[in-house]
Design a protein around this ligand. Structure first.
Ligand code: SAM
Length: 265
């Protein structure tokens, strides 16, 4: 059965910062001539793009161990058994239990995957944040209604053809003809270093690594001046698009700009 059977049905199961579902109409025509190739997402996040493109073969990597643990359990055929309630007291008790599992070396367990799903959907904005003692510390989300998914059978059918990996992007082993879509955390200008974040050195390291790939590469990012220059300096063809988010802090309603950079296509 072809993966495309599910194309309309499968939404990303998690809420994840920086999801690029809105970019899919731009990415699909670039991907389609290469759809027989393996799709590699070295910073795959919540899979908004991969679940829309539905490749036959994929290598999906992210440095977040809880995220990849959840996807690996889905790949094995996950049915969530724990109670799922959109209730504040319940949320904090599940959060404490999740932190205990991590402390006890059980972060790759099925229960940790189930709790991660619950905390992601019930916590504030789908954030994944840890304090200095490595405790998950996202507050309760106060959503009116949450449609929890317990049964991942449909996802298992699709995920079984895909490989999940959890490492820094530079550790991936690529094939020369892989099609790469790389979507790093946004470049936030004037921030030179943020602990655990994706700083400027990482932005440079990523484009250097991608520029060595002989096959097709597509990159997206926030269109800051230095990102546009960096991608052009490494031989990418750069297009700018209007992103759906607005810059709200200044009160001006100008759409933010997104970069779509291409090479080897
Ligand atoms: C903007 S998100 C990707 C969103 C995804 N394209 C989507 O549409 O759902 C960027 C991801 O990069 C991951 N990341 C950050 N540093 C990384 C690194 N050094 N290697 C691999 N992944 C990394 C983060 O955990 C995050 O999930």
């Amino acid at each position: 059965m072809k993966n495309t059977t599910y194309a309309q049905d499968l939404k990303p199961p998690l809420k994840w910062a920086g999801g690029k579902r809105w970019l899919v109409p731009h990415l699909r025509p670039i991907w389609e001539p290469y759809s027989h190739r393996r799709l590699v997402e070295p910073l795959c996040g919540g899979l908004a793009v991969t679940l829309a493109l539905m490749p036959e073969k994929a290598l999906l990597n992210d440095i977040n161990t809880h995220l990849i643990n959840f996807f690996r359990w889905v790949q094995k055929g996950l049915y969530i058994d724990i109670p799922l309630e959109n209730n504040e007291e319940f949320y904090y008790s599940h959060r404490e239990h999740f932190n205990t599992l991590i402390e006890e070396g059980e972060k790759y367990s099925k229960e940790a995957a189930e709790l991660f799903y619950y905390l992601n959907r019930t916590g504030y904005n789908g954030l994944c944040r840890f304090n200095q003692k490595d405790k998950f510390n996202v507050p309760f989300g106060r959503y009116k209604k949450i449609n929890y998914i317990r049964d991942y059978e449909q996802y298992r059918e699709v995920f079984k053809r895909w490989e999940f990996s959890c490492s820094d992007f530079e550790e991936l082993t690529l094939n020369n003809d892989d099609f790469i879509y790389a979507d790093p955390p946004y470049d936030v200008e004037f921030t030179t270093y943020s602990k655990g974040g994706f700083d400027w050195n990482n932005q440079v390291r990523l484009v250097k690594w991608l520029s060595k790939h002989p096959g097709p590469v597509v990159l997206s990012n926030q269109a800051t001046e230095r990102i546009v220059k960096l991608y052009q300096d490494y031989g990418f063809k750069v297009d700018c698009l209007d992103a759906p988010r607005m810059i709200s802090c200044t009160g001006d309603r100008t759409p933010a700009k997104e970069v779509l950079a291409k090479k080897g296509l």
